[in-house]
Design a protein around this ligand. Structure first.
Ligand code: C2E
Ligand code: CA
Ligand code: CA
Length: 696
């Protein structure tokens, strides 16, 4: 019975009584059979014997249950010996008192009248019981706590660090692992408060609160950080259980596991699954998860969808490896525009998304991003100007689910792209709800080209000083049967990707040539018309042949035509292309560099290529106040190289004033006229010629 865990007083008393009864029972029975002729019971003494035996059994039981613990500290062993001797005396005394209480020895009573020696065994037992009662208390409270054998092995054989903490937070004991974890010896650890182990920066309130919760019986696991003596921060997991001895909570075991490695592995996996390889930013999956949880919590936010207008060209010109570099630069610049509580994700390609909490003005953020991309990116010595088009949708105003929010932001993004100058658009219901499906558009576009459904508009170019038309730019138009007019800013990139661009441009070339032919037939003046040609088209072996044949076919002269090509042509200025350009110029066709200033505008390239004109990109003009330096540099650079220069995207009188002040002679833009259908343009030039005639 003493081996058994004694959990409460009832069990303790019951066990004691049982032991006492068995001792008394066997003693009385034994003596009865030996001395049954001499039995002479004395009720008083029998009662005394019973009480004393019960006292002994209770005391011994209590003592035994204490010393059977495996880890009694050596300092207590002298008390253990005292206890053992007392237990022996006490047990040895019991048969004597039993005998005396119920056997009458001849003459013993007479003798006992004068002499009280017969009470000696009783005194023995009483004294030894008294000592036995005291011994456990002399072991002290801490020994009492060591009662639970299981908790001791939990302590010593535990692969984790175990801290035994008293109610007041003081560390009472630690195991070897705890010494290893903390870097402090056991002597140093004992007696200090566990809070003292948690050096600054670590959330000691978390741990204290947790300790209090554990003491009231709530076991749980917490994870926190810990800095051991060596200063290298660890992630730890604490599992604490309170220690209850005889119904009293006397403290808690804190089992501490170093989970730094485990955590790292989990973090890496998470990171891999939720981040973009190239930029390290969160990926689409992560963003979608965040959106889902915000929607669930009904927390408002704005979703920005960002696409860069000229990225495709860079990729085609410089290759993917370089394109990746550009993406990384974009990611860095975008990151510099956002606050810490935004989530910025790469959705793939050159598309990014940003989640903006409603506590921020999303328009301000969009403006900030647009502004930051007005400065060129510097990569490998090249300068690039990329224009961000941003579409914004909001939860819950615009939509209440992920798919629609994404769609709305995408639609708004296309609207921004279409507008040409606006960096961003916030979704509204007037925008076509149908998401422009790239694949569908591609198919429709292919059909439209073949069925000759594309038309060409003309945007007049003006001589600023004379205020008269000096030419026009042919711009392709496509009226989609369901979407209406689709912007070339949307479908030209699709045409490039789908290898439809050559076919498209040849259709435009033919249409323009045919138009010029009719002008000539009608005796209208034919100021130079420029046509946009993509670099890809220049790689087409029969490009020159096609131009020559078409000029012939429609009776058009080279000097009626100008070709606008982007700066990327300069980088790829292999001899072949250069000689093509030369042959075009020999035909009288002028070559101008479109969107000048938006990429790789290295002077060296300009000198290598023989061209006629630079076309300052509209992004510089629309913001010409801030970009005055750039505009003025381009103009003087052009003059130095003996090139003509034209500004596009001219919208206001201020733009005109600045350009004429800087010496730019030609301009094109909404200030004068948007791109207009052929017949309207014809009226304009006819009017101008009439005006000139009447003037004369
Ligand atoms: P781009 O060559 O830079 O053409 C100028 C664009 O700016 C035209 O847009 C024109 O309508 C617009 N624009 C003109 N004045 C202003 C102004 O004052 N403010 C603003 N914000 N915009 C103005 P569009 O017609 O939408 O064409 C977009 C782009 O599509 C063109 O940009 C060009 O790169 C491409 N594109 C158009 N037609 C053709 C074509 O036949 N072949 C090729 N390869 N590309 C074409
Ligand atoms: Ca152009
Ligand atoms: Ca342009």
């Amino acid at each position: 019975m003493s081996q058994q865990q004694i959990s409460d007083t009832k069990q303790y008393i019951f066990s004691g009584i049982l032991i006492a009864i068995s001792i008394l029972g066997s003693d009385y029975l034994g003596f009865y059979f030996l001395f049954k002729d001499y039995v002479d019971m004395s009720p008083l003494l029998i009662f005394l014997t019973g009480a004393l035996t019960l006292g002994s059994s209770l005391s011994i039981l209590r003592f035994l249950s204490q010393i059977t613990n495996e880890n009694v500290e050596p300092i207590y062993s002298k008390w253990r010996v005292v206890g053992q001797v007392s237990a022996g005396i006490s047990l040895a005394g019991i048969p004597y008192i039993v005998l005396i209480s119920f056997i009458d020895f001849e003459g013993f009573a007479a003798l006992s009248n004068q002499n009280l020696n017969f009470l000696l065994p009783f005194i023995f037992v009483v004294i030894s019981n008294l000592i036995l009662m005291l011994v456990p208390d002399l072991f002290g409270e801490s020994l009492l706590s060591k009662q639970s054998e299981s908790s001791l092995s939990l302590f010593n054989h535990n692969p984790d660090s175990v801290f035994w903490v008293a109610l007041d937070g003081e560390i009472v004991n630690v195991n070897k692992e705890a010494e290893k974890l903390t870097g402090f010896s056991k002597e140093k650890l004992l007696g200090i408060h566990f809070n003292d182990l948690l050096i600054e920066k670590i959330d000691d309130k978390l741990v204290s609160d947790y300790f209090q919760r554990v003491l009231i019986g709530k076991t749980a696991i917490i994870e926190t950080k810990y800095i051991p003596k060596n200063g290298i921060e660890l992630d730890i997991r604490i599992t604490a259980v309170r220690i209850i001895v005889k119904n009293n909570v006397i403290g808690a075991y804190g089992i501490v596991r170093d989970i730094t490695k485990e955590k790292k592995a989990v973090d890496t996996i998470k990171h891999l699954a939720y981040s973009d390889d190239l930029t390290g930013l969160p990926n689409k999956r992560k963003l979608e998860g965040e959106i889902h949880s915000l929607i669930k919590k009904n927390t408002g936010f704005a979703l920005m969808y960002i696409d860069f207008d000229r990225f495709k060209r860079i990729n085609d010109t410089f290759g993917h490896f370089f394109g990746d570099k550009v993406i990384n630069h974009i990611a860095k610049r975008l990151t510099s525009c956002v606050e810490r509580d935004f989530i910025i994700a790469r959705m793939g390609g050159d598309e990014f998304s940003i989640l903006v909490p409603t506590t921020y003005s999303v328009s301000e953020v969009a403006e900030r991003i647009g502004e930051s991309f007005r400065r060129p990116l510097m990569i490998n010595g090249y300068e690039f100007l990329l224009t961000a088009s941003i579409g914004i949708s909001r939860f819950p105003q615009d939509s209440n689910n992920l798919v629609d929010l994404m769609k709305d932001a995408d639609i708004a993004m296309y609207e921004a792209k279409k507008s040409g100058t606006d960096t961003y658009k916030i979704y509204n219901r007037e925008m076509v709800k149908q998401k422009v499906n790239k694949l569908e558009l591609e198919n429709d576009l292919r059909k439209a080209i073949r069925k000759e459904e594309l038309s060409v508009y003309y945007q007049p170019k003006y001589n600023i000083r004379m205020n008269e038309i000096c030419g026009s730019e042919a711009l392709v138009r496509w009226e989609h049967p369901t979407y209406g007019f689709v912007s070339p800013a949307v479908f030209i990139p699709i045409a490039e990707e789908a290898h439809l661009i050559v076919e498209l441009e040849r259709a435009v070339i033919k249409e323009v040539f045919k138009t010029i032919q009719t002008w000539k037939q009608n005796f209208l003046p034919t100021p130079r018309t420029s046509i946009n040609i993509s670099v890809l088209h220049f790689y087409q072996e029969d490009f020159l042949e096609f131009i020559e044949k078409s000029l012939d076919e429609f009776g058009v002269l080279g000097r009626n035509i100008e070709i606008e090509v982007t700066e990327s042509i300069m980088v790829n200025s292999e001899n072949e292309i250069n000689s093509d350009i030369q042959r075009l110029r020999d035909l009288g066709i002028e070559i101008s560099i479109d969107d000048f200033g938006t990429g790789y505008s290295s002077l060296g390239y300009l000198q290598q290529l023989s061209i006629d004109r630079l076309k300052i990109d509209k992004s510089f003009i629309s913001n010409s106040f801030a970009n005055r330096e750039i505009v003025s540099t381009i103009i003087s650079m052009a003059k130095n190289l003996n090139l003509d220069v034209i500004a596009e995207g001219v919208e206001t009188q201020e733009h005109i004033d600045l350009l004429s002040e800087l010496g730019c002679e030609e301009a094109q833009g909404f200030f004068y006229s948007p791109a207009i259908p052929k017949d309207k343009y014809e009226i304009l030039i006819a009017q101008q010629t009439a005006g000139l005639k009447s003037h004369l």
